[in-house]
Design a protein around this ligand. Structure first.
Ligand code: ZN
Length: 285
């Protein structure tokens, strides 16, 4: 019963945060643009970080934040790319509204690309601006003098997450497979799992060179060191919760017992320490 009550509480928080973001004053949000490396720029307003590849062939955009920001985002892209360059492709790293909210707006200009499961989940919400190109394992876009590899990483943040590798520019956009310096949100109800999430991060660490620049789904532009630290947090907090479970502690006691002090600062508004423990616990069950 206690567990059911806790699920109810989580749902309440989700709805409350959802409402809060719905009522957020988007009029005040400004889009900040940062040059990352090579062709790649990062756009940051509210919601998941956006990455754009800009060059002679036009623009490839990764994620699009919230619908009310679409006009501002389009203007920010134009500032970097110039008036005549179209956004030819938009990649959705996954289906959450803070990464796909602008789909209806940008889908008129760009062909939207996403993993098969993203289209299925967006379709269930009967959203406009659905992905028109979907894939199973991976897909490449050849534009602006480089290969842009879009690779599916299963059972992590959701069941449909992609990570985008800009090979020549030496940049990776990890979507919500990386929350830099904070506990990640893992959507267990949409096929996510902390154990799979950690494996995905491990795989990326094996794939990228040491000097790669990493755009996280949330948080500042990051380095391989930051991703290593994030990985260490995932591994050590998971081990901590696992040991408590193996010692026969009840869920409620583990959840309220907290984590070692080292990880306190990783707690934030949407994913508090308790909520993170809850996600780890349910992933291990
Ligand atoms: Zn997300």
């Amino acid at each position: 019963m206690k567990h059911i009550a806790w699920c109810g509480a989580v749902l309440f928080v989700l709805i409350a945060v959802g409402l809060a973001s719905g009522q957020r004053d988007f009029a005040r949000v400004q889009i900040k643009t940062t040059h990352v490396a090579g062709n790649i720029h990062m756009l940051d307003g509210a919601g998941g970080n956006i990455g754009i590849s800009v060059g002679d062939d036009g623009v490839v955009m990764i994620d699009d934040q919230f619908a009310p920001l679409a006009d501002k985002i389009r203007k920010a892209v134009e500032k970097v790319a110039g008036k005549k360059k179209p956004i030819r492709f938009l990649v959705n790293t996954h289906m959450h509204g803070d990464h796909t909210g602008g789909n209806a707006y940008f889908g008129k200009e760009a062909s939207i690309i996403a993993h098969d499961n993203v289209r299925v989940r967006l379709l269930a919400q009967s959203k406009d601006g659905l992905p028109v190109i979907t894939f199973d394992d991976s897909l490449s876009i050849h534009m602006n003098g480089e290969q842009v590899k879009v690779v599916h990483f299963p059972t992590g943040h959701t069941d449909g997450d992609s990570i985008i590798f800009f090979e020549k520019s030496n940049v990776v956009h990890m979507g919500d497979q990386f929350f830099s310096g904070m506990f990640p949100y893992v959507d267990l109800n949409s096929g996510g799992n902390v154990v799979g999430f950690t494996k995905n991060v491990e795989k990326v660490l094996e794939m990228v060179p040491d000097d790669v620049k990493i755009i996280p789904g949330h948080g500042p532009l990051s380095s391989v060191d930051d991703l290593h630290e994030f990985h260490r947090m995932l591994v050590e907090t998971t081990d901590y919760v696992r040991k408590k479970m193996e010692a026969g502690n009840r869920f409620e006691k583990i959840r309220t017992g907290g984590l070692p002090d080292e990880w306190k600062s990783w707690s934030w508004g949407f994913v508090t320490e308790e909520r993170w423990i809850d996600a780890v616990y349910r992933s291990l069950q």
